[in-house]
Design a protein around this ligand. Structure first.
Ligand SMILES: *[C@@H]1O[C@H](CO)[C@@H](O)[C@H](O)[C@H]1NC(C)=O
Ligand SMILES: *[C@@H]1O[C@H](CO)[C@@H](O)[C@H](O)[C@H]1NC(C)=O
Ligand SMILES: *[C@@H]1O[C@H](CO)[C@@H](O)[C@H](O)[C@H]1NC(C)=O
Ligand SMILES: *[C@@H]1O[C@H](CO)[C@@H](O)[C@H](O)[C@H]1NC(C)=O
Length: 788
């Protein structure tokens, strides 16, 4: 709609340069390993099983039993003290006046006539689910072609704009305000901020956005990504202003079903009609359909409950199940077959994607376009092929954009968060940003919830669609330790063969995935980059091919494809013995600098992380040690300590409570003291474990919630890993404490049984985010203060 100026292009150049710097730092980090220089420990010290240590201690206390008592108390949950554990979805209904959502009312209290916005996912979901069921049930309906209207403001929370929308127009934040709190030189024009003042909005634009008056829009309109760092408040306003007016709609809405299958509806592609509930008449239709026959008046109170609606939908309509021909790599079949090996071999063809493949696809799509109207998705996909062919690694535009934050002068940004981990469009506040009414501990709980739900929903989606992916990098390392994610991590990395990536782009790009409604109200956008067809190392920030974005927070899973390419393998891979010099095998790479042989990846191993079944690559120890020199042995990282007896990472501040301060505080250098603390943690007695649990409810809770899975993972590790024999000759040049084990036949059988028995989707281990943020955290917040 508005022109990209030359200045923006200049900015892109600058950003490219910054990216080179970032990339260099990244490489240094990943090659020397962030874990470098930390303390090594013997692997036998790890994963001590608490249950095996029942010897009463010298003072007559049996701390093993005392700990069990603490755990029993958590299970009993007297006075709802351990509320955080109950991950069941509650408060699922809400009462509203349906007339406030009518499209044809002049009432002042109706949302279409107000300046402020309404948001509650329960209303949106219940209304849509009812609408969809009705559509499915119409005798003339084509089950694959159900169309629904859409507007982002019904699906994500934009009510952060309300404070501004309540003010008179001339007092609202405008582009001048955006500039004031962005890091931008005075000579750079406003267009760089992709900002347009409310007064410059034409009547036609107003109508397109679905509003009647200027007063219903914020003081400024954001029409694209600003590359300038900004204070959090600006990033929040930019994201919400963009989502309200310019953000493209998803192509399809997909409802996950924990009992298998999906429900899918297409979003009405007509961009001229604004699909806000209050404009579409969806509520009018709902009331018309559901009003009892004998009732003449519309009640002013109506209960909306998406769970009831979802159950009704499930009862009335069969979910869509994956067709065998769409299970391209046979994953769905393998995971659904009982008793057999769940390992998944990957064919070499899945990594093969050549220029010839690309032109063939283009020709096929162009031919199709001659025969019929392409669907919106086919059009976009064809465009991505054409753009990829017309660009190369040096002139592609960066696809994904982040909410880069001012990290020095924004007082709430206490951790110096640079904002590299948030999709700018859905940014909803920094993970550790200081928020009124929140403790740092509560912020961490929120992060854990977000990551857990992301992981669950991605792998459930991937399984339902037969898309093969596995975890890599940080998540693989954290999986190795205890089968959970690091509590200090803020993203998730997964990989897939290029064939799967291309399939994801062609079939699932711009799908909005909705969590099983009975488990939570999470929503995730599948966004696949335009340039996925170019497979060499990216110079323009396109290292990541696709993202699975939590639209409520902007946090995402990074998805990268692996394929053969012309990219040169860095010498280091040969020097360290990751690859042999005269290797005949093909080598696959992502668009960063990660290279793999087929044997290193395939067959994938079936396992679980945080109770979510998923895959890990075939070879693990060497790969992890290559990426993180001491990653598999250092039990201390960034002031977090792995506590073997709990199988958990605990922050230094928390873990100190278990010891006499003199033991870790007095005498020696900082490094020596840290080493001492690390050793104390490794040698922790049952009494010290007991003290830690007794005095820290959060850790006790976490231990209770995770111990079944972490001890199962410790069992699994006995099948998969063994202590390395330092005298054994091997190609890999770094010292290894453990190596991947080659199982004997008898053991293999036991392992298959073990996997079949244990690798299942558990109930969610973390609360639903909406419920936590909107109901329970505010309600329980004071308790934390009382305890401290
Ligand atoms: C309101 O919605 C109903 C039902 O969809 C529709 O028939 C009607 O034309 C709409 N009215 C206005 C004013 O948009
Ligand atoms: C690419 O072309 C090869 C050779 O024709 C074929 O076997 C392979 O399936 C194609 N891959 C894709 C992703 O189309
Ligand atoms: C995915 O959709 C976005 C938005 O329409 C588009 O820019 C991108 O090129 C698409 N990617 C692919 C692989 O089609
Ligand atoms: C752990 O396993 C035990 C024994 O099977 C079970 O009784 C308990 O409920 C489980 N705990 C959790 C938190 O799932």
């Amino acid at each position: 709609m508005l022109q990209v100026s030359n200045h923006i292009k200049k900015c892109f150049l600058l950003l490219g340069l910054l990216n080179v710097i970032y990339f260099t730092v990244y490489l240094l980090k990943s090659q020397t390993g962030s874990w470098d220089g930390l303390i090594n420990t013997e692997p036998e010290n790890l994963n001590v099983d608490l249950e095996q240590q029942t010897d009463p201690q010298h003072d007559g206390h049996d701390y093993g039993q005392e700990i069990q008592k603490l755990l029993d108390e958590v299970a009993e949950n007297k006075d709802n003290k351990h509320w955080l554990h109950n991950t069941q979805l509650i408060h699922t209904s809400i009462d509203i006046n349906p007339q406030d959502f009518f499209n044809d009312t002049t009432s002042k209290s109706a949302w279409r006539n107000k300046n402020t916005l309404f948001f509650d996912p329960r209303v949106t979901l219940a209304l849509y689910l009812n609408h969809i069921r009705h559509q499915f049930e119409l005798p003339e309906s084509n089950q694959n072609q159900i169309l629904v209207p859409f507007a982002w403001s019904d699906w994500i929370d934009l009510t952060g704009l309300n404070a501004d929308l309540e003010k008179p127009l001339d007092q609202r934040n405008n582009c001048k305000w955006v500039r004031e709190f962005s890091i931008i030189e005075s000579s750079v024009p406003d267009e760089v901020l992709q900002c347009c003042d409310n007064k410059d909005i034409t009547p036609r634009m107003l109508e397109q956005f679905g509003f009647q008056r200027h007063e219903q829009l914020p003081g400024f309109i954001t029409y694209g990504h600003s590359v300038k760092r900004a204070f959090q408040k600006v990033r929040l306003a930019q994201a919400k202003s963009y989502a309200l007016t310019h953000m493209p709609n998803p192509y399809l809405i997909l409802f996950l079903n924990k009992d298998g299958g999906t429900y899918e509806v297409l979003v009405d592609g007509n961009e001229e009609t604004n699909g806000r509930i209050v404009n579409t008449g969806m509520m009018n239709e709902f009331v018309h359909r559901n009003l009892p026959k004998d009732s003449k008046t519309v009640p002013d109170k109506w209960t909306f409950d998406p769970v009831t609606e979802f159950k009704a939908l499930k009862k009335a309509v069969k979910p869509h199940i994956l067709a065998p021909e769409d299970d391209v790599l046979g994953m769905y079949k393998t995971t659904h077959k009982k008793g057999t090996s769940k390992a998944l071999p990957l064919p070499a063809e899945a990594f093969d994607y050549t220029a010839a493949n690309l032109s063939r696809q283009r020709i096929l799509l162009q031919r199709l376009a001659g025969q019929k109207d392409l669907t919106k998705r086919e059009e976009i996909y064809l465009e991505s092929i054409q753009e990829s062919m017309n660009h190369h690694t040096f002139n592609e535009w960066p696809y994904f954009r982040q909410a880069t934050l001012e990290f020095r002068n924004d007082p709430g940004n206490r951790d110096g968060d640079r904002g590299w981990h948030y999709d700018w469009r859905f940014f909803n506040g920094g993970l550790t940003y200081q928020e009124e009414g929140w403790t740092p501990q509560e912020r961490t709980t929120r992060t854990t919830i977000i990551l857990h739900r992301l992981l669950r929903n991605w792998f459930r989606f991937a399984e339902e669609k037969g898309i093969v992916t596995w975890i890599m990098h940080g998540p693989l390392l954290s999986w190795y330790w205890n089968g959970f994610m690091f509590p200090f991590d803020n993203d998730i990395d997964i990989q897939m063969p290029v064939l799967e990536l291309v399939r994801l782009g062609e079939k699932h790009n711009q799908t909005l995935v909705i969590e099983d409604i009975e488990e939570g109200f999470g929503k995730y956008l599948i966004d696949v980059g335009t340039f996925i067809h170019n497979r060499d190392i990216s110079r323009r920030e396109n290292h990541i091919d696709a993202r699975f974005i939590d639209v409520d927070t902007g946090i995402y899973i990074d998805i990268t494809g692996l394929s053969s390419s012309k990219a040169e393998v860095p010498e280091e891979y040969y020097q360290l013995g990751m690859f042999e010099k005269d290797l005949n095998e093909l080598i696959y790479n992502d668009r960063r600098k990660h290279f793999y042989t087929l044997d290193q990846l395939s067959p994938l191993r079936f396992t679980q992380m945080s109770g979510v079944p998923l895959y890990v690559p075939n070879q693990i120890s060497e790969r992890l040690t290559f990426e993180y020199i001491n990653g598999m042995v250092s039990t201390e990282f960034k002031d977090w300590h792995f506590v073997p007896k709990l199988n958990l990472w605990v922050s230094a501040d928390d873990v100190k409570a278990a010891f006499d301060a003199n033991d870790y505080k007095v005498g020696g250098s900082v490094v020596a003291l840290r080493t001492r603390l690390t050793n104390l943690v490794l040698e922790m007695s049952d009494e010290e474990v007991y003290m830690l649990l007794k005095h820290n409810e959060a850790i006790l809770s976490e231990y209770y919630a995770t111990r079944n899975l972490t001890s199962m993972h410790a069992e699994e590790k006995k099948f998969l890993f063994e202590e390395a024999d330092p005298n054994e000759p091997r190609n890999f040049k770094r010292p290894l404490a453990v190596i991947d084990k080659t199982m004997k036949e008898e053991e293999k059988k036991k392992y298959i049984e073990f996997v079949n028995k244990n690798m299942k989707m558990t109930l969610p281990l973390r609360k639903p985010l909406f419920q936590y943020e909107h109901e329970e955290q505010p309600q329980h917040h004071h308790e934390y203060i009382d305890n401290n």
